[in-house]
Design a protein around this ligand. Structure first.
Ligand SMILES: [Zn+2]
Length: 304
């Protein structure tokens, strides 16, 4: 039986957009990432298909607390699951009101379809895990690797399983359009920091993994090549978006078209069907990235 199952959450109605990872251990199943509340029914269905009672999950491991990764964590914690997260993420899991309110401000009524609101995790179920700490569960050792840049409170999680050194990378190893090697990046506000991100990518690369598991989406069996693509793209994409946001002659709609055009040229030769490219390189992603780079430039200018 496969110990690690990548569960496709059907996020945004798309195949290969967001994952939760089920790991079977000697002491029962655990999840790495839960996905958002909006896809909890899909996750529950998939778990049941795999003969796992969703209420029996005792351990939930999060790379970070963005709603598309951690939104459903409260549901599992309410049913007794322990939740492991970077220390900076804890308070938002216990009291997600600020997280939910800021998502509501950004997405309005669309929030419910896109992510749904996070339920609070009971405080005694949330465990802050420091960089480098090893957690043992059911015969598996999980090591937290602090990997900021996309978010300050980001961990990748390393484990040796099935004779391979594997890593669950959250967002720090970028995203990949399914059926291709093409990398996309969530340069999300308010904590995007390109230099920090590249240092985190270098840190992962030095650990010489056999396999990465991207939340968006799935296993990567040539980690070094993939990480080289991510590193290169964080640099060049930040430069491009910086030029776009600094160009006062442009409206955001024009910035978004130019940005999409640039990515289309980057993807030239990757043979991605047009409709899939448009679905994954969507307006929401591009406009979020403009916001993330803007926020980063403001922080850099004010020294914060
Ligand atoms: Zn994220």
């Amino acid at each position: 039986m496969k110990r690690i199952r990548t569960i496709d959450l059907g996020y945004h109605g798309l195949e290969g957009a967001a994952a939760s990872h089920l790991i079977r251990t000697d002491d029962g199943p655990m999840l790495i990432e839960t996905g958002p509340m909006s896809t909890l029914p899909a996750l529950q269905r998939e778990l049941e298909t795999l003969e796992v009672d969703p209420e029996s999950i005792e351990l939930v491991v999060l790379t970070h607390i963005h709603l598309d990764h951690a939104g459903a964590a409260g549901w599992f914690a309410e049913r007794g699951a322990d939740v492991l997260v970077h220390p900076l993420g804890c308070r938002h899991l216990v009291d997600p009101s600020r997280l939910n309110a800021s998502a509501r401000r950004i997405y309005g009524d669309e929030l419910d379809d896109l992510f749904g609101e996070m339920h609070p995790c009971p405080e005694d179920r949330v465990h802050p895990i420091e960089d480098g700490k090893t957690i043992s569960f059911g015969g598996i050792d999980l090591v937290a690797i602090e990997t900021p840049g996309h978010a300050r409170h980001h961990h990748a999680w390393m484990l040796d399983l099935d004779g391979m050194r594997q890593c669950f990378t959250g967002d720090v190893a970028g995203m990949r359009i399914p059926g291709s090697d093409f990398v996309t990046l969530p340069l999300a506000p308010p904590e995007f920091e390109p230099e920090t991100w590249i240092r985190s990518v270098d840190r992962l690369d030095a650990l010489d993994f056999d396999r990465l598991h991207l939340t968006h989406f799935g296993p990567v069996d040539d980690p070094s090549r993939h990480l080289a693509r991510v590193r290169d793209r964080v640099r060049r994409e930040t430069d491009l978006v910086t030029r776009l946001v600094r160009d006062d002659s442009l409206e955001d709609s024009a910035r978004i078209s130019l940005y999409r055009q640039w990515l289309e040229e980057e993807a030239d030769g990757d043979n991605i069907p047009e409709d899939r490219f448009r679905a994954f390189v969507n307006r929401g992603l591009l406009s979020m990235n403009l916001g993330g780079v803007r926020r980063h430039l403001e922080h850099a200018a004010t020294g914060r």
